[in-house]
Design a protein around this ligand. Structure first.
Ligand code: SAM
Length: 285
């Protein structure tokens, strides 16, 4: 059976009752369209009985859609007023599903562990300003997550899903590729939100895969990625000379990794970044 989901009237009524004035800093744009909620849930490909983590449940639009799909939800919300209201809303609108919801009042970026069994999926309409760090933090901290379906700003969705050589390929693309393969599955217009944001959104599906075989640590691979993109115009020889100690040391590490020292970071795969990190580590010991 389908839940009653939050429409424009309920969203405004709830916000009014709680005295919520949505803030930009917390990326508070609430979905008031049941079709969009069900599309997110469908795109996530989750099954009843699964344990799902949601970041930023807000007034509960997506939470109700996830509970409708029969999963258990741990919802991490930074805003204490919204977090306190969420169980009440669920008890009112879907009473028989309320015991499948656990609310954690915390900044998602600082979450080290979650209550209950390890979550297998992250499904969220992410706050825009912290979308990429939240995504990467959760993929790193919770290896049990094998699927992630998030709604983010359309431009961020493109970056996350961009292949090497693409115009939007950059730090988020490579770091996401360390954990998962990512693709943009849908565009969502701004009219489904209250308040209406200035940008369109998109859904991104990330499916976990093994990271490239390497002896280098994830941290040292990410350091190489950060350095390579810090000065986009520079060749890798120049961009990595600080990390390597000198342009000559960068040159020989790149050659050892089988990467053209005159190339730029925007063409390299995550596996190539891993080989460079490995060569730099080997040269340092
Ligand atoms: N899921 C709801 C929906 O679809 O209507 C709300 C999504 S809204 C884009 C983002 C939500 O994330 C807000 O409720 C906001 O308070 C919350 N939020 C912002 N920063 C956060 C953080 N660092 N950790 C946890 N929640 C955060």
């Amino acid at each position: 059976t389908l839940n009653a989901l939050l429409g424009p009237v309920q969203i405004r009524d709830l916000a009014g009752r709680l005295g919520v004035r949505p803030t930009k800093t917390l990326g508070q744009n609430f979905v008031h369209d049941a079709g969009t909620v069900r599309k997110i849930v469908r795109s996530a490909g989750i099954e009843a009985g699964q344990h799902v983590v949601e970041v930023g449940p807000g007034l509960g639009s997506l939470t109700l859609g996830l509970l409708e799909a029969g999963v258990s939800v741990v919802a991490v919300e930074i805003d204490p007023v919204l977090a306190a209201q969420l169980p009440l809303t669920v008890r009112e609108m879907a009473p028989e599903q309320a015991d499948r919801l656990t609310v954690v009042v915390q900044d998602a970026l600082t979450v080290k562990e979650l209550p209950g069994p390890p979550p297998t999926a992250l499904v969220a309409n992410l706050p825009y300003n912290v979308a990429v760090p939240v995504l990467l933090t959760f993929l790193e901290r919770f290896p049990s997550l094998d699927r992630v379906l998030v709604m983010v700003q359309a431009e961020v969705a493109d970056r996350l899903a961009a292949p090497p050589g693409n115009r939007t390929y950059g730090i988020p693309s490579v770091k996401a590729a360390w954990y998962a393969s990512a693709r943009r599955t849908a565009t969502i217009g701004r009219s489904v939100f209250w308040p209406v944001p200035n940008v369109d959104s998109a859904l991104v599906l990330l499916e976990r895969r093994d990271h490239p075989q390497t002896t280098a640590s994830r941290q040292s691979v990410f350091r190489v990625v950060d350095a390579a993109f810090a000065q986009r115009r520079k060749t890798l020889r120049g961009a990595l000379s600080g990390l390597a100690g000198s342009p000559a040391a960068a040159q020989s590490a790149l050659e050892a990794a089988g990467v053209d020292p005159g190339a730029r970071g925007e063409r390299l795969t995550v596996a190539e970044f891993a080989r460079i990190a490995e060569a730099l580590e080997a040269a340092a010991t």
